[in-house]
Design a binder for this molecule. Structure first.
Ligand SMILES: [Zn+2]
Length: 88
């Protein structure tokens, strides 16, 4: 099958289970972007059963939650640092 996502890991494997995996996307304009990839080839989201859609979205939300934990800037801390740098 000529499918790039099925024929390779798709990138650095961050997490994997029997249903799907999560890999980072190399994109300089959007750092921190990840891709959730099903292990079995599926053309469209609507080809999934309702249970599979729910399982997939759980993985998507878990990935976003993890990314926010490590990447989301704390606005108050950022403002304090900015003030400190602007004063010096
Ligand atoms: Zn595929």
């Amino acid at each position: 099958m000529d499918c790039e996502l099925c024929n390779s890991t798709g990138g650095l494997l961050l997490w994997q289970e029997d249903f799907c995996k999560v890999v980072p996307v190399e994109d300089d304009e959007h750092p921190g972007t990840c891709r959730v990839i099903l292990n079995r080839h599926t053309r469209e989201m609507t080809d999934l059963t309702c249970a599979e859609r729910t399982r997939l979205m759980h993985a998507v939300f878990a990935t976003q939650a993890a990314m926010r934990e490590i990447a989301a800037p704390d606005a108050a801390a950022l403002a304090a640092r900015l003030r400190r740098h602007m004063q010096s």
